[in-house]
Write a protein that binds this ligand. Structure first.
Ligand SMILES: NC(=O)C1=CN([C@@H]2O[C@H](COP(=O)(O)OP(=O)(O)OC[C@H]3O[C@@H](n4cnc5c(N)ncnc54)[C@H](OP(=O)(O)O)[C@@H]3O)[C@@H](O)[C@H]2O)C=CC1
Ligand SMILES: O=C(O)[C@@H]1CCC=N1
Length: 284
């Protein structure tokens, strides 16, 4: 497979998680990667650990003219000005040669297309920080034309090294994925933190409480992923009659914990869609 040059506009947490996973998968050295960000020349940048395996620049234009695939990995509010800079500094024919990829929640392909003055060559991907340990999930949203594009096929092969592929979905479904797989790790962290706090209150050391809460979640997730068990079935297996677990579960139900998780997901999903609407209004 052709080794396309991938450029990341933005080199923050989500881009660094991907690099960490690709390094762990022993794949980074096969790749040609550029990153552009304002702190590219900063000697203290955490990206310096990759040495000359990654080319750094402060110029999004330089990155764009040197790459076949360009990933927007910045906050949504910056995209419009970055696109208008690219439209001014890179000629139309060159822009049309690049496959643009957005990992930004909500922001639609059609909005980006209007900002970039291009049509076909834009796709969206959503993934999560779990790629850092080659245990991520990702989904993408792209047209039939891009599905057969060798650059998309290559990009997919890169993500396949570090993440489970959830499918090529509609943009609206991708916003649901954003809430579930993108924000999900943060939601789970609140559960781990709460359980660990409880154990500390009961007298366990903080270090042991944090480790055991996280490991308990890891093992439980492993059973659910590798067996065909429904979560309710596993929960029932653990809850013996009049035992400790059912007492704890009753407290969670009293506080509507499942409703709270559903509301969290819906709120994150709605936020992605609101952001999309606001950004689209900026077009006018
Ligand atoms: N964090 C996550 O788990 C996920 C994030 N996302 C999305 O990815 C995007 C990035 O998130 P995240 O990595 O967490 O954010 P960070 O704040 O960690 O990183 C943002 C990056 O953007 C760079 N940047 C700022 N201005 C510019 C510019 N004008 N041109 C180029 N680069 C610029 C920053 O550079 P510098 O360091 O020099 O300031 C920084 O490297 C967001 O849209 C987010 O919603 C999607 C899925 C998951
Ligand atoms: O909160 C955010 O904007 C990003 C999107 C998904 C996870 N983090």
């Amino acid at each position: 497979m052709e080794n396309f040059r991938i450029g990341f506009i933005g080199g923050g947490r989500i881009v660094q998680a991907l690099l960490e996973g690709l390094e762990q998968a022993n794949y980074l050295q096969n790749m040609s990667i550029w990153i552009s960000c304002p702190s590219a020349d900063n000697e203290n940048s955490s990206l310096k650990c990759y040495g000359n395996r990654i080319r750094m620049t402060t110029s999004n234009t330089v990155l764009c003219t040197n790459c076949d695939i360009v990933v927007f990995g910045v906050k949504a509010k910056l995209i419009k000005s970055i696109c208008s800079e690219l439209v001014k500094t890179v000629d139309n024919a060159s822009l049309a040669q690049v496959l643009f990829v957005s990992v930004i929640p909500g922001l639609t392909i059609s909005t980006i297309a209007q900002w970039l003055h291009t049509q076909e060559n834009i796709i969206r991907i959503m993934y999560n920080v779990n790629v850092a340990k080659c245990n991520g999930s990702y989904a993408l949203s792209s047209s039939k034309t891009n599905e057969n594009d060798s650059r998309q096929i290559y990009l997919k092969s890169v993500f396949d090294k570090v993440a489970y592929f959830a499918g090529n979905v509609t943009e609206s479904e991708l916003d649901i994925m954003c809430a579930l797989i993108g924000s999900g790790p943060a939601f789970f962290c609140t559960a781990v933190e709460g359980l660990a706090d409880g154990a500390v209150k009961a007298g366990l050391s903080r270090q042991l409480a944090n480790t055991l809460a996280a490991r308990t979640m890891l093992g439980c997730a492993d059973i659910l992923v590798t067996s065909s068990k429904h979560p309710a079935e596993l929960k029932n297996d653990i809850s013996t009659p009049a035992g400790t677990t059912i007492y704890g579960l009753h407290e969670l139900e009293n506080r509507g914990v499942r409703g709270a998780y559903m509301d969290a997901l819906m709120s994150a999903f709605n936020r992605a869609q609101t952001m999309a609407d606001q950004l689209a209004r900026d077009l006018k």
